[in-house]
Design a protein around this ligand. Structure first.
Ligand code: HEC
Length: 196
């Protein structure tokens, strides 16, 4: 550090209201915040604006909000074919639907969904329409006289939505939808003994 005599020499010549200033070097901690801030600003500018490694905070918030809105609308009670297709690619929803399916539906449609007492749900043939909304409607209302129970009151909308997502996780968007001939329960299993 400076000794008192050196400091005397470093007093600046001007005087305001009798107050004089030393002419000292800026302290290191102060210089470090200055150079640090400049280095940070350059890094920040390169990272976000020049090379676009990360989304700028404003844009990041915007993207997050859009994702949240999409997820909320996909989960809202107003279902569309679009939202059901979206959910059919959402692992959590599909897993939940699979659990419901195995517990309630697999006894007739088989765990593989390939059909036994009830028809296959993985082929292109549908009895009551093959869009996600039509399938949701079939499940909700059932076809009592044909042996398909009414699931609406049993499962509620949330679980039906998840089951539909699970079924459509086995399908591709845009694949053909064909009208199935009337279903004869067990026809898949009976095929080998059809001659009897
Ligand atoms: C007791 C047996 C049984 C159970 C349990 C059952 N189904 Fe069915 N399901 C059927 C039968 C039989 C049909 C055919 C109805 C017809 O001929 O219209 C059918 C038809 C369907 C269809 C219409 C397929 C098409 O081609 O349009 C869907 C979708 C379906 N079931 C989904 C489900 C789901 C999801 C569950 C569980 C929540 C379930 N089923 C539980 C017997 C069952």
């Amino acid at each position: 550090m400076n000794n008192p005599s050196e400091e005397k020499e470093l007093i600046r010549p001007h005087s305001y209201d009798g107050i004089q200033e030393y002419d000292k070097r800026l302290p290191n901690w102060w210089l470090m915040t200055l150079w640090g801030a400049i280095a940070f600003a350059i890094g920040y500018w390169l990272y976000y604006q020049e090379f676009h490694f990360g989304h700028e905070p404003g844009l990041a918030v915007e993207i997050q909000m859009t994702e949240n809105r999409e997820r909320a609308s996909a989960k809202s009670s107003v279902l569309t074919n679009d939202s059901l297709w979206t959910l059919s690619r959402d692992q959590k929803t599909v897993d939940a639907g699979k659990a419901t399916f195995l517990a309630n539906c697999a006894s007739c449609h088989l765990p593989t969904l390939t059909g036994q007492i009830g028809p296959s749900l993985v082929d292109e043939y549908w009895l009551h329409g093959g869009t996600p909304l039509e399938v949701a409607n079939t499940i909700e209302k059932g076809e009592i006289e044909k042996g398909m129970p009414t699931w609406g009151p049993v499962l509620g909308q949330q679980k039906i939505t998840e089951v539909v997502a699970f079924i459509f996780s086995h399908h591709q968007r845009g694949e053909p939808i064909k009208q199935a001939p009337p279903w004869i329960p067990g026809q898949v299993m009976q095929t080998p003994v059809a001659g009897n």
